[in-house]
Structures are given as structure tokens and as C-alpha cells.
Design a binder for this molecule. Structure first.
Ligand code: V0V
Ligand code: CO
Length: 140
């Protein structure tokens, strides 16, 4: 199955502070910002590279509440890498293929993600301790 790294998600307490840190250190540009109520986050995408089929990014994530996925993660583990997102050409196809191998899907159907993408999560306990996101980029 074709896969690329779409983004690395980083959990943080203060989005603006971490945008300043990452853009300053690595000279990355913020290309999108969004509040995603369904996922309980305020997030920003910092572009690393463009490529055919979709770019790659650092995604900075601030929780909207302590009982959201990122809020719970911060309380338990502190700031740091929260998930790795693989870019796939067809998220529904990737879900059924990987789900068919016994991996627990955290979403029954694709959900709205950053920059008009379609996303779905895989249980970290079934992927070597790595919370994994599948991303189908919006058609450009
Ligand atoms: C929890 N665990 C993790 C983890 N979060 N392991 C690795 N990476 C993480 N991020 C471990 C946790 O330590 C437990 O292991 C076990 O999984 C179960 O966790 P829990 O604390 O009991 O359960 P919850 O209620 O915290 O749920 C964890 C899951 C939840 C992963 C099920 O966070 C979830 O559904 N996440 C998917 C949605 C999401 O994360 N959205 C935010 C990003 P032990 O301690 O029992 O061994 S939104 C986003 O990326 C967007 C919008 C985008 O890209 O466009
Ligand atoms: Co993500």
C-alpha cells in the first residue's frame, strides 16, 4: 500500500508559543490553522515539504479541554509527539485493509481533518505503541 508521512502531531499546552519555537528553529511556515471541535483541538500545520500526492507537515495541537484526547495525553505524558499520520490515496480502503489485519480502528468512518483532509485513527496498542492516523489529502 502506498504510504508517505503526512504529518507528525505534537501535543502542547500553548499553540502560539510552540508555533514560535518550531517556525524559529526550523524556518517552517504556518500554512493552516483550524479549530476542530470534533477532535477537541486547536491546531496549526507547519509545512516541511511539498510532494506529488500531498506535502509533509508538523502539526501542533493544543487541547480545547482537559478531557479531549490531547488534553488527557498532556496530563498523562506531558508535551511531545502525540501521533504519526500516514498519507494514503484512499482512507476508506486503507481502513478496511488495515482493519482486516486485526488492528482496532478508532473511527468507524473517515472524519474531517486539517486542510480539508479525510482522517481515521488506529489504536496505539495495536501499532507498537504509536497512535497512527491515516490521511487522505484534499484534492488539489
Ligand atoms: C493514549 N495512549 C497512547 C496515546 N494516547 N499511546 C501512544 N500515543 C498516544 N497518543 C495509550 C495510553 O497510554 C494507554 O496505555 C492506552 O493508550 C489507552 O489510553 P487511555 O488513556 O486509556 O485512553 P484515552 O481515553 O486517552 O484514549 C486514547 C485514544 C484516544 C488513543 C483511544 O486519544 C483517541 O481516540 N485518539 C484519536 C483522536 C485524536 O487523538 N485526536 C486528536 C488529534 P496504558 O497507559 O494503558 O498502557 S486531531 C488530528 O490529528 C487532526 C484533526 C488532523 O490531523 O487533521
Ligand atoms: Co493529525
Amino acid at each position: 500500500m502506498f504510504m508517505r508521512i503526512d504529518h507528525i502531531g505534537i501535543a502542547c499546552h500553548d499553540l502560539e508559543e510552540k508555533i514560535a519555537l518550531f517556525s524559529g528553529l526550523f524556518e517552517l511556515e504556518v500554512v493552516a490553522r483550524e479549530v476542530n471541535e470534533e477532535q477537541g483541538v486547536k491546531e496549526a500545520m507547519l509545512r516541511i515539504a511539498d510532494a506529488d500526492g500531498g506535502g509533509s507537515y508538523i502539526q501542533l495541537l493544543e487541547p480545547l479541554s482537559p478531557d479531549s484526547p490531547v488534553g488527557k495525553f498532556l496530563a498523562k505524558r506531558g508535551e511531545g509527539v502525540h501521533h504519526v499520520a500516514f498519507g494514503v490515496p484512499d482512507v476508506s480502503e486503507a481502513m478496511s485493509k488495515i482493519g482486516g489485519k486485526g488492528v482496532r480502528l478508532l473511527d468507524e468512518s473517515p472524519r474531517h481533518g486539517s486542510m480539508g483532509s479525510q482522517i481515521a485513527f488506529l489504536h496505539p496498542k495495536d501499532v507498537g505503541g504509536m497512535l497512527t492516523e491515516l490521511v487522505q489529502a484534499a484534492k488539489s
